[in-house]
Design a protein around this ligand. Structure first.
Ligand code: ADP
Ligand code: GLC
Length: 481
């Protein structure tokens, strides 16, 4: 194995959002260029993981604050993912329905323990390899202490010289916890405590930024934003900027393909893109009782403040007073936002439908069918929805931030891809929706943008190139600075 990825989610095994899509694609595309790459994640209680077939790769234990903790590492045996998938089986901590939070949305009381146990299990597993990976690539704060443990933990001395890459998918979530819980850490010399600390707390994201040899985030625009606003870590990003890189995510063409997508009603045949959109829109509209000849808007996403879905009810309210449009909303998350979307769908029951929950097949049908995707995010490090939408010929309406800024161009641009709003406000979103309605009234322009968008190359074949360059550099020199 050349590269080991560590992530808390991975599609199709366990998915909450885009981290899973990236973790399920990047190792596959690295293997396709002959870089032997595997991924390890916890064995959560998901239907996919419960039904998959596994062989035991390793059974061991790690020393923890209350004694030895037994765990197993299992290897998925069908090999259908395109890369070796390993899972850490530690049922007390991982065999739970919610990956990060309980099913009712409340946090787990032992969140830091779960992440630390995962990281300790991974390192205890890797430590006994005869041939160690050339590089370890960790994703988000859940795996953010791995670089420090490897470099400074006496137990992991054998891993000290392996370079690490840390990818930030979302800087809002840093995994910080109180120094009162220092006892859940493995033994570390006290002189390295400073590497763990940020604002008097143990901060795994800050620690990873300090300790990893290279730090990447999922778009150039978001990296710039992190220097200005990073939930308290701005000065750290400014200080470490030399080893930080913004690399936009790709699309996994084996999962997201208008020609092969197993979830959509009508596949695209050759270049018949108009027919593809029309047939899919018709069948989705039929299912939801929508009129086919009116604009169809969709929203798909986690219902958290950063995604801006709370702006939709007021904006659609205003729009529906003037014109007839249809809207299908899919997502789950905060109870307040779910309730607001539910009320909106009751109030406009003929025009707005809200599908509560997580529904992968429906999401694919929506991307294939809609005219417009709404993405009024307040924060969007990369955003995959707008990429999937464009790939399926759906025009994105996005707030001009983070990864949305670099991947979508406005109607006023020489090569328009979508509609940009300047701020995540009801008025801006309403204006964006109105501009979309005008575009809908110009079917030639709408079709030409939609068809051009479907031809853009958002593939991982391109997106892996900067990662390959970083890996090559680090495995030769071990430091980016
Ligand atoms: P984030 O990772 O912040 O949630 P991204 O745009 O990177 O945002 O990725 C979101 C991913 O999750 C996409 O694959 C999107 O289709 C999917 N998704 C989000 N919410 C749902 C849902 N309720 N049902 C199905 N898929 C969803
Ligand atoms: C995070 C970000 C999202 C990004 C995804 C995958 O969840 O919120 O913008 O696309 O990770 O990198």
């Amino acid at each position: 194995m050349d590269i080991l990825h560590c992530s808390f989610e991975c599609y199709p095994a366990a998915k909450v959002g885009g981290l899973a899509d990236v973790a399920g694609a990047l190792p596959k595309y690295l293997n396709q260029v002959n870089l032997s790459t595997a991924l390890i994640m916890p064995k959560h209680d998901t239907p996919w993981l419960n039904q998959a077939s596994f062989a035991v790769d390793y059974a061991g234990s790690f020393r923890w604050y209350y004694g030895d903790v037994g765990f197993r590492v299992l290897r998925e045996t069908t090999g259908t993912l395109g890369f070796p998938l390993y899972v850490v089986e530690l049922n007390d901590l991982f065999l739970r329905r919610g990956i990060y939070v309980r099913e009712n949305g409340y946090p787990y009381h032992d969140e830091p323990e779960r992440y630390i146990a995962f990281q300790l299990a991974v390192l205890n597993w890797v430590k006994q390899f005869q041939t160690k990976p050339k590089l370890i690539h960790v994703h988000d704060h859940h795996c953010g202490l791995i670089p420090l443990f490897m470099q400074c933990g006496p137990e992991f001395h054998a891993l000290r010289s392996i370079p690490t890459v840390f990818t930030i998918h979302n800087g809002l979530y840093q995994g910080a916890f109180s120094w009162d819980k220092k006892y859940i850490l493995p033994y570390l010399p006290s002189q390295v405590y400073g590497l763990l600390d940020w604002n008097d707390a143990i901060n795994p994201m800050a620690c990873a930024v300090k300790c990893a040899q290279a730090v990447t985030t999922v778009s150039k625009g978001y990296l710039q934003e992190l220097m200005q606003f990073a939930n308290g870590l701005e000065t750290l990003f400014q200080k470490e900027h030399q080893k930080c890189f913004g690399i936009i995510n790709g699309i996994d063409g084996e999962v997201w393909s208008p020609e092969r997508d197993r979830y959509i009603d009508h596949l695209r045949e050759g270049s018949l893109s108009r027919e593809f959109k029309k047939a899919n829109k018709e069948s989705l509209c039929r299912d939801y009782g929508f009129k086919f000849d009116k604009p169809l808007f969709i929203f798909i996403g986690r219902l958290v403040h950063e995604k801006g879905a709370d702006l939709i009810p007021d904006a659609i309210n205003k729009l529906l007073q003037q014109t007839e449009v249809y809207m299908l909303l899919l997502g789950s998350g905060s109870a307040d936002i779910e309730q607001a979307l539910r009320l909106c769908s009751v109030k406009h029951s003929a025009h707005v439908k809200y599908a509560q929950g997580y529904n992968e097949p429906l999401s694919h049908r929506m991307y294939a069918s809609a005219d417009f995707l709404i993405m009024p995010s307040r924060i969007e490090p990369c955003g995959l929805n707008q990429l999937y939408a464009m790939h399926y010929g759906t025009i994105p309406i996005v707030n001009d931030i983070g990864g949305l800024r670099g991947s979508v161009t406005d109607l006023t641009d020489a090569s328009p891809r979508g509609i940009k709003i300047k701020n995540a406000t009801v008025d801006e979103l309403y204006n964006g929706l109105k501009r979309a309605v005008s575009l809908f009234q110009n079917p030639e322009l709408l079709d030409s943008i939609s068809i051009k968008n479907m031809q853009i190359d958002f593939s991982w074949n391109e997106a892996i190139k900067p990662y390959l360059a970083i890996y090559e550099y680090l495995t030769k020199s071990k430091t980016m600075i």
